[in-house]
Design a protein around this ligand. Structure first.
Ligand SMILES: [Zn+2]
Length: 201
């Protein structure tokens, strides 16, 4: 156990083959060693996880140095993106007030680049909403629909009648769903009825 500059909390190494999975401040961190790598190090976010790729030949000290450096780099890039996220959060707050009586109060609303097939997600346990970067250029009313959809999940999980009643006052639900289905179809990913790509809906 040790503390690392730049973030507090314990780091718990868990051996998993040649990869380490560890937890930093509740964030999942995975360090993968590759024999094909020589001096190149890279890092990326993969959903909830952060993956750092390092050469197999690195010593423990080199690993520690580079992991911290790469995490700092990722955080810096994310910090620079913050104005976008603030605008998204403000937009979500306006939608919650207008259509949900202000009852949906997310802790954070963020753009993410690692959603895979999904357009957006909501984690009610920590009240976070994530929206795929791929929706940056969709029409405003479609993005509003997606935000409202995820906001509504803070109040009701699943896609039952009580969920859709929450969205009843938003006039462009069907049009927005149609737009997203068309976009899924155009990108060759089949049709997913809802932003989270859940079956049914
Ligand atoms: Zn949903």
């Amino acid at each position: 156990m040790r503390r690392t500059a730049g973030h507090s909390g314990t780091i718990r190494p868990v051996r998993r083959g040649r990869a380490y999975a560890r937890e930093v401040d509740g964030e999942q961190l995975e360090v993968r060693r590759s024999r094909r790598r020589h001096r190149t190090v890279s890092a990326y976010r993969d959903g909830e996880r952060t993956v750092v790729l390092i050469p197999a030949s690195f010593t423990a000290a080199e690993e520690e140095h580079w992991v911290e450096r790469m995490l700092a780099g990722l955080r810096e890039r994310e910090r620079r993106r913050t104005p976008d996220d603030e605008a998204l959060a403000a937009r979500a707050a306006r939608l919650s007030t207008r259509y949900l009586g202000g009852h949906a109060r997310p802790a954070s609303v963020r753009w993410v680049s690692t959603m895979g097939r999904r357009w957006a997600s909501c984690t009610p346990s920590d009240r976070t909403i994530r929206v795929s970067d791929r929706l940056r250029d969709v029409p405003d009313d479609v993005l509003d629909y997606v935000l409202l959809h995820e906001l509504a999940h803070l109040l009701v999980t699943g896609h039952g009648p009580s969920f859709w009643r929450l969205l009843a006052s938003y006039p462009r639900v069907e049009r927005s769903r149609g737009f997203l289905e068309g976009l899924d179809h155009a990108e060759g990913r089949g049709r997913s009825a809802e932003p989270e790509g859940l079956p049914g809906g």
